[in-house]
Design a protein around this ligand. Structure first.
Ligand code: ADP
Ligand code: GN1
Ligand code: MG
Length: 366
C-alpha cells in the first residue's frame, strides 16, 4: 500500500484527500480508489501506479493516454453527449500540468475521475453484457481511427507478436531459472505443438493482407465499464496498450475473456468452455460498431482470433510462471500455472467448435 495522501499532493485535486484503498482485479498496475472531500461532497478518484515491469517508458505511455482521452472527450462534447465525462477516462493533471506525476521513489502515477454508477466484470453474466462490451470496444476503435497527429508510441514492443511470444516461452524454458520446467512438461508440449499457428496474424500484417489500426490491445472484459442501470458499455478503460495493432487481436481477447463461464484462473478446468451463444453475442455487438470498417480478411480471422489470443495469453502466463512470476500479479502459489491451464482448456474448447464459429461469423457478414 502506497502513501496515497502523499500521491494526492502531486495532482491538482482541488479537494481534500480523506482515505483510499487498493481497488480492482487488474494484473498489472497498482490501482487505488481514493475518497476526497470537495466542499462537503464525497467524491472518488482512481490513483494508479504504473507497472515498471510492464512499462519501460511510462511518460511516452501517458502521452498516448493523454492524446487518446482528449480526443475521446472532444468527440463526445462535439456530438453533444450529455454524459461526456463519464464515457471516457480523463486525466487529472499533475501540479506541473502533466497527465502523470513522478513520486519521490521515481514511480509514475496518474489520476482519473472514478466512473460512477458503472462497473467492470471478471466473468460475464449475460449475452447482453457480451454484446455491449464488444460494441463498446468497436466504438473505441472507430473513435481511435480519427485521432489526428503522429502514430501513438508502441508502449510494449511486440505486445501481440504471438510468434515472438512463443520464442520468449522457449527462452524461458531453456533458461529455466527456477527449475520449474520439468514439472510442466505437459503444458510445454501443448504449446510447442501449436507454435506454427502463432505466426498467422503477424505474417498477414507484415504482408499487408490486414491493416494496422489504432487498437486497444487489452480488451479483456474487465477493461470496459457497463452502466449499472442500463447495462450499456459506457467507458473503455485501461488504455496503456492503445497503440498500433490489429482489430483481430482486440476481438480475440474478447472471445478469450467473455465466452467462458468461469474466471481466467479457474482451477477446475472441466468448467471451462467456449459458449457459442456468448460468442454470437460478441460477434453481433462487435459488428454493430466495427462492421462498418472491417475488411473481409479481418472478418475471416474473427473466429480464429479467439484461439490465437487464448494461446498467446497462455504462453505469457507459462513464461511468467517459469520466470518466477515477475510480470502478472499473483495471489497464490502456482497462480500463473493455473491461468496457463485454463487457457489451454479454453483454446481446446474453441478448437473443437471452430467450424461452427466460422459459420456464425459468415452468417453475420453477409
Ligand atoms: P490494470 O492494467 O492493472 O488492469 P486497470 O486500469 O484495468 O488496471 O484498472 C483496474 C481496475 O480498476 C479496472 O478493472 C476497474 O475495475 C477499475 N478502474 C480503473 N479505472 C477506473 C475508473 N476511472 N473508474 C472506476 N473504476 C476504474
Ligand atoms: C493484463 O492489465 P490487465 O489486467 O487488464 C495484461 C493483458 C493480459 C491480461 C490477462 C499490459 O491485463 O495483456 O491479456 O492481463 N495487460 C498487459 O489477464 O500486459
Ligand atoms: Mg485492466
Amino acid at each position: 500500500m502506497h502513501n496515497l495522501a502523499e500521491i494526492a499532493t502531486l495532482f491538482d485535486m482541488r479537494a481534500d484527500f480523506v482515505h483510499g484503498h487498493p481497488y480492482g482485479s487488474g494484473h498489472i498496475n497498482d490501482t487505488y480508489c481514493a475518497y476526497y472531500d470537495q466542499s462537503g461532497q464525497r467524491i472518488r478518484y482512481i490513483h494508479q501506479r504504473l507497472s515498471t515491469e510492464a512499462f519501460k517508458k511510462p511518460i511516452e505511455l501517458m502521452e498516448n493516454v493523454g492524446r487518446v482521452t482528449s480526443h475521446s472527450l472532444n468527440q463526445l462534447l462535439e456530438d453533444g453527449n450529455p454524459e461526456a465525462r463519464r464515457r471516457t477516462l480523463t486525466c487529472i493533471p499533475s501540479i506541473k500540468g502533466e497527465p502523470h506525476a513522478i513520486d519521490a521513489d521515481g514511480n509514475c502515477w496518474r489520476t482519473y475521475p472514478f466512473i460512477e454508477r458503472a462497473r467492470t466484470y471478471d466473468t460475464i453474466e449475460s449475452e447482453a453484457q457480451a454484446s455491449e462490451a464488444a460494441r463498446a470496444f468497436g466504438e473505441f476503435q472507430k473513435l481511435a481511427a480519427t485521432m489526428p497527429g503522429e502514430p501513438l508510441h508502441e508502449t510494449i514492443p511486440g505486445f501481440h507478436n504471438t510468434k515472438q511470444r512463443f520464442e520468449h516461452l522457449i527462452d524461458a524454458i531453456e533458461a529455466d531459472t527456477h527449475n520449474l520446467a520439468a514439472g510442466v512438461q505437459k503444458e510445454i508440449d501443448w504449446f510447442m505443438a501449436r507454435q506454427s499457428e502463432g505466426s498467422k496474424v503477424v505474417d498477414m500484417l507484415e504482408a499487408g493482407e490486414i491493416p494496422l489500426r489504432v487498437t486497444h490491445n487489452d480488451t479483456k472484459l474487465n477493461n470496459v465499464m457497463l452502466d449499472d442501470v442500463t447495462g450499456e458499455g459506457i467507458c473503455v478503460i485501461d488504455l496503456d496498450t492503445t497503440m498500433p495493432g490489429s482489430a483481430v487481436y482486440d476481438f480475440g481477447d474478447m472471445v478469450r475473456t467473455a465466452t467462458s463461464p468461469v474466471a481466467e484462473d479457474e482451477i477446475d478446468v472441466s468448467k471451462i468452455t467456449m459458449r457459442m451463444h456468448m460468442f454470437e453475442a460478441l460477434v453481433k455487438g462487435y459488428l454493430s460498431s466495427a462492421g462498418s470498417f472491417l475488411t473481409d480478411n479481418e472478418r475471416s480471422l474473427l473466429a480464429f482470433s479467439g484461439k490465437l489470443l487464448t494461446m498467446e495469453c497462455g504462453t505469457r502466463f507459462l513464461t511468467d510462471y517459469l520466470k518466477g512470476d515477475v510480470y502478472f500479479k499473483i495471489h497464490r502459489d502456482g497462480h500463473n500455472l493455473d491461468r496457463t491451464r485454463s487457457q489451454i482448456a479454453l483454446a481446446e474448447s474453441i478448437t473443437a467448435q471452430m467450424d461452427d464459429m466460422e459459420a456464425l461469423v459468415a452468417k453475420y457478414s453477409i
